[in-house]
Design a protein around this ligand. Structure first.
Ligand SMILES: *Cc1c(COP(=O)(O)O)cnc(C)c1O
Length: 386
């Protein structure tokens, strides 16, 4: 059984090959340190776990939840967004809780675009933008992110006929994998471009709260006009160390939120209510834990930058995200370099090409390993022969 043709259009999953190599090393007794995955090592704050424990024991939470999330959750999200960004969202029409933001991101094209429509997606980028478009029968069109453009797509380089056929554009700032941030001017231009070409602007913002040194990333709806054309995808995964819990939301223009909701009623049956109560607790509990986690990430970022700079790089800690994005040394492509680091020092990093062809020449490293492990990884990387 070969599977459906549409699956054949999805590029091979490069990380699977790396995974295989890592497993092989581990079986051979190598103590592999993984800096390959963007998954916080810090635990979910205790107050959130406690609410899950209490509400999981309550039978009223054991039945099918509402498709559209508890009203209390949508209200908490609206309050969070307003406190955070100074923008009011209508909890009944402009917010839809999702099973993690990946749920919203992967299904948005299925709800919003038709076969043959173009979906604009950044490369390098989170691979789900591409695969979601392919699953919906749309044609993905790559917007290259380059160092020269500060990892922001060059909107002027999008051909007129492509802009004409495009129905959806993905942006993601603070960015995975490049750790780049977008300024107000760029986001204003993106909103203007999408409005002019009747494109739904989809902003994926799971790192909106992972930022350092007083930097506060912009959310999409802080840009005038954005709510008339856009959606924003949020997640509790990175902000509250809740990747395993599967909860996030999509918000923005009401009719767009509505069709995603309509699609999802045919796919899933909502989010376990106890997880929703825990999310309410998370969102209402203030920023203290996120601030503390960010202090940890920044300290780790400084350690990584110091180590890499000692062995020949010239990197600065980023302003946001828990990723380090840096060029591979001369003479390597990104897969060979990741293989070399794994072979020589037993540290797993991600080759940039895994995020798309334009990621070639770079690697990504995540600072989401416990301090002692990251320290050990850096000690080992300091001995790398390049
Ligand atoms: C982690 C991540 C997500 C997915 O987060 P979930 O809410 O856990 O599904 C989405 N987009 C990007 C860019 C991410 O890095």
């Amino acid at each position: 059984m070969a599977g459906a043709k549409r699956l054949g259009r999805i590029p091979p999953y490069l990380f699977a090959e790396i995974d295989r190599k890592v497993q092989e090393k581990k079986r051979a007794g190598v103590d592999v340190i993984s800096l390959g995955i963007g998954d916080p090592d810090l635990p979910t704050p205790g107050r959130i776990v406690s609410v899950l424990q209490e509400t999981a024991a309550d039978p009223s939470n054991h039945r099918y939840p509402s498709y559209f999330g508890l009203a209390d959750l949508r209200e908490s999200i609206a309050r969070w967004y307003s406190d955070r960004s100074g923008v009011e969202l209508d909890p009944s029409t402009e917010i839809l809780p999702t099973l993690g933001s990946k749920d919203g991101i992967s299904h948005a094209p299925l709800a919003l675009v038709d076969p043959g429509d173009i979906v604009l997606a950044p490369d390098p980028g989170y691979t789900v933008y591409m695969t979601g478009a392919i699953m919906a029968g749309a044609d993905p069109f790559v917007m290259p992110l380059t160092e020269a453009n500060h990892w922001l797509p060059d909107l002027d380089a999008i051909p007129a006929d492509v802009a004409q056929r495009a129905r959806l554009m993905w942006l993601n700032y603070p960015n995975n994998p490049t750790a780049a941030t977008a300024d107000r001017q760029f986001l204003e231009r993106a909103v203007e471009f999408c409005a002019r070409h009747d494109i739904v602007l989809c902003h994926d913002a799971p790192y909106s709260e992972i930022a350092f040194d007083g930097y506060r990333p912009l959310t999409l709806f802080e840009i005038p006009g954005a709510k008339e054309i856009g959606l924003e995808f949020h997640s509790l995964s990175k902000t509250y160390n809740m990747t395993g819990w599967r909860i996030g939301w999509v918000c923005g223009r009401a009719d767009l939120v509505k069709v995603i909701g309509q699609l999802k009623t045919n796919i899933d049956s909502g989010i376990f209510q106890a997880v929703q109560w825990a999310a309410i607790e998370a969102l209402n509990g203030g920023e203290e834990e996120t601030r503390a986690a960010n202090a940890v990430y920044l300290r780790r970022h400084r350690l990584v930058a110091d180590t890499l700079n000692k062995i020949g790089w010239n990197v600065k800690p980023p302003r946001a995200t828990f990723y380090v994005w840096a060029p591979v040394p001369e003479g390597y492509d990104s897969i060979r370099f990741a293989g070399h680091v794994l072979d020589e020092v037993g540290v797993n990093i991600t080759p940039g090409v895994g995020f798309g062809p334009h990621g070639e020449g770079y690697f990504r490293l995540s600072v989401t390993a416990p301090d002692a492990r990251l320290q050990e990884a850096m000690t080992r990387m300091g001995t790398l022969k390049l």
